[in-house]
Design a protein around this ligand. Structure first.
Ligand code: GLN
Length: 464
């Protein structure tokens, strides 16, 4: 459970704040979750520029380092951005600060949000607080690790193809990907604009809901923001795609899914098997569309306007040299792949085809939500994997995004929640109809009350 009063007390008291900071720094030396601490983290409520009476007054949070916080570094995990400092704050950060929250620091990520393990970062890899030899997931791995370690009760991430839910699943915390457009993207460094949304990683579903209430809503700076409400008010039936149960090969994830089906049935929900035939095309469509959008979005990083500019004879050479030196391998791969699928002649074969898959998937999901209220699916086909050379290779990681990318292609809200596990965390996800966040969070809150999430070794419940 989220204990708001605990955090309030900490940040109002200098002695407690000092001990919190020591706890945070000690954890961070082991896991490398935060890539910078803010001045506000040291100064607390008194010294910070926050509203002391808001609903989140004195509650610290962390922000993924691809979301702008005025005056703080904005690296996107990339060498190209160097020591770039954000000149303004993202809308959701401003709203959090208006509600009294304190941004304690920026969190580690895969460069520009491209990845699933938070190892491809200019700041070095991030570790999973449950086992330092394991990845925390990604790309919002730093946000998930910071919450799991108890450094902050919640953190912001971005979810383009699963980057909030998958690390939440790997770290044993809750990760909410809101409906597309429910939260302003102003101040988020774009990777694939039509798929991504700022999401919330938190220690409880209640806190996810509270933070969503603060950051969601229309924003004149982001014309894609929409306000809406769900088309139903209660959850009775939850569908489980047959394909998930059929194809899951990992025994732990399989057991976790089967157990979750039984546990949700135990809470009174009617669990039914459903077909989701477009599932098998989701990851492929996602990678075509996201790479295409990335190739356009990342064109702005030319070494002229932001970050590090390489020395060269001409402007063209400077841009080539800056991008060659500044971007990592995965980013280069995606920019090239995106350019390839958009080339004339290839456009129909790849890009348009992927868009048709996207439409089919969206239609199939809409039809399913006529029959069921939510869907239950795995988040990732394998448990948290090892860091270093034994990790899943980049291609295996992409194929493994098939369960998370469904919600991004459809724009639907989805939540990763921890299931009871003997060893390492494994999360499952609930996907809902548009603007169905409350429905999902209510089910998760009931589930968590019955099956409370565990904490990693070294997590201090009360470190005072
Ligand atoms: N793993 C996915 C990818 O590598 C998700 C990224 C994201 O959601 N930012 O693209």
């Amino acid at each position: 459970m989220y204990r708001e009063a605990r955090w309030r007390a900490v940040f109002a008291d200098e002695g407690l704040r000092g001990r919190w900071l020591a706890y945070a720094r000690a954890w961070n030396e082991r896991i490398n979750a935060l890539v910078s601490f803010s001045d506000a983290a040291g100064a607390g409520v008194a010294g910070a520029d926050v509203a002391p009476a808001g609903p989140l007054a004195g509650v610290p949070c962390a922000v993924k380092d691809n979301i702008a916080v005025a005056g703080q570094p904005l690296s996107c995990g990339s060498a190209l951005l160097g020591a770039h400092v954000a000149p303004f704050s993202a809308t959701c950060v401003r709203r959090l600060q208006d509600a009294g929250a304190i941004v304690a620091g920026k969190t580690n990520l895969d460069e520009f949000g491209m990845g699933s393990d938070t190892q491809a970062s200019v700041h070095g890899g991030c570790a999973n607080p449950w086992d330092l030899e394991l990845v925390p997931g990604g790309s919002s791995g730093g946000s998930a690790a910071a919450v799991a370690a108890g450094i902050v009760p919640f953190a912001l991430g971005s979810d383009t193809g699963g980057s909030v839910r998958q690390p939440a699943s790997f770290c044993g915390v809750f990760g909410l990907k809101p409906t597309y457009g429910a939260v302003s993207r102003f101040g988020l460094v774009s990777y694939a604009s039509s798929l991504e949304v700022i999401g919330i990683i938190a220690e409880s579903p209640e806190l996810c809901g509270q933070v969503l209430g603060v950051i969601a809503g229309l924003d004149e700076r982001d014309q894609s923001t929409v306000a809406g409400s769900p088309d139903r008010d209660a959850v009775q039936t939850i569908g489980v795609p047959r394909a998930c149960r059929r194809e899951l090969r990992d025994p732990q994830v399989r057991a976790a899914l089967d157990a979750a089906v039984g546990q949700l049935a135990g809470l009174g929900y009617r669990m039914v098997d459903v077909d989701l035939t477009t599932l098998r095309y989701a990851a492929a469509a996602y990678y075509v569309i996201s790479c295409a959008e990335a190739s356009a979005n990342l064109a702005r990083f030319d070494g002229v306007r932001y970050g590090v500019r390489a020395a060269a004879e001409s402007a063209d050479e400077a841009i080539i040299a800056s991008r060659s030196a500044g971007f990592g391998e995965e980013v280069k791969l995606r920019v090239l792949a995106g350019t390839y699928v958009l080339r004339s002649g290839f456009h129909d074969r790849y890009y348009l085809r992927a868009q048709r898959v996207r439409t089919a998937l969206r239609d199939e999901l809409a039809a399913l939500f006529d029959r069921v209220d939510l869907l239950l699916m795995p988040v990732y086909p394998v448990p948290p994997f090892a860091r270093g050379s034994a990790r899943l290779d980049p291609f295996e990681q992409k194929v493994a995004d098939r369960y998370t990318t469904v919600a991004n292609l459809a724009g639907a809200p989805a939540l990763s929640f921890p299931t009871p596990q003997p060893r390492v965390p494994i999360g499952m996800q609930l996907i809902g109809p548009n603007f169905g966040e409350r429905l999902i969070l209510d089910v998760a809150a009931r589930y968590a009350a019955e099956h409370p999430p565990a904490r990693p070794p070294g997590y201090a419940e009360d470190w005072r």
